[in-house]
Ligand binder design. Structure first.
Ligand code: ADP
Ligand code: TYD
Length: 195
């Protein structure tokens, strides 16, 4: 197995980073050439976004434009070369986060999707973590005192609704309230069955 793009999506605190890293580590242990990566990245546009999360200076459209530029750069400079080198690329957040988070701020979801048309790579598999918003917020608060502007229950409930609306062959919904070990086992099992 090689040259695969696997995406993890879900609201903040749903546990997707934990699971994306666990999957990449497990694949490496099994001898596959896997790499874990995330969006927003730590490059220029990603840094501008992280500044904006805490200061709240940019408008939703300005932030959307940065998320899309960050993703285009990520795909062109990292994801595409990795796939060409036959790696299994595990991405923590992708286009579906822009559709869900910026869509929940009132931007048309088809418009958001269309902004990606000229550069997006279609994932082989997309894990969507479905969650109880209050549980996710408690998980975040246990680790960190400060929450950013995206982390409030009313907003995350709308984001969650959009995540749940993604259906189709490449999508696998995962109940994020299960234990870390059970979710890891479920993901490995599904991965083995489908790819
Ligand atoms: P996300 O990337 O979706 O924001 P993280 O993977 O960073 O979420 O997890 C957020 C917090 O919740 C971390 O402290 C993590 O250890 C914890 N966590 C992750 N998965 C679970 C789980 N299934 N049950 C309980 N706690 C979890
Ligand atoms: P991230 O660093 O993944 O946060 P966390 O680890 O807490 O889940 O993402 C930062 C925030 O950016 C997160 O609240 C979701 C938001 N986001 C968007 O609004 N749109 C996007 O396209 C992406 C990739 C992230």
């Amino acid at each position: 197995m090689k040259n695969k793009l696997i995406v993890f999506e879900g609201i903040d605190g749903s546990g997707k980073s934990t699971q994306a890293k666990m999957l990449a580590d497990k694949l490496i242990t099994l001898g596959y050439d896997a790499v874990y990566t995330f969006e927003p990245t730590n490059k220029n546009y990603g840094k501008q976004l992280r500044d904006s999360f805490f200061s709240g200076r940019l408008s939703p459209h300005e932030e959307l434009s940065l998320f899309v530029k960050d993703r285009k750069e990520h795909i062109e400079q990292e994801i595409t070369p990795w796939l060409k080198n036959n790696k299994i690329v595990v991405v923590d957040r992708y286009m579906y986060s822009s559709i869900a988070y910026q869509g929940a701020l009132g931007i048309d979801t088809n418009y958001i999707k269309n902004l990606h048309n000229d550069f997006i790579l279609k994932p082989n598999l997309i894990f969507i973590f479905t969650s109880d918003v209050d549980d996710c917020l408690s998980r975040i608060k246990q680790n960190r005192k400060a929450t950013d502007q995206f982390e409030n229950a009313y907003y995350l409930t709308k984001v969650e609704e959009i995540f749940r609306s993604f259906q189709g062959n490449s999508f696998k919904h995962i109940n994020s309230s299960e234990s870390i070990e059970n979710i890891h086992a479920e993901i490995l099992d599904y991965f083995n069955k489908t790819l």
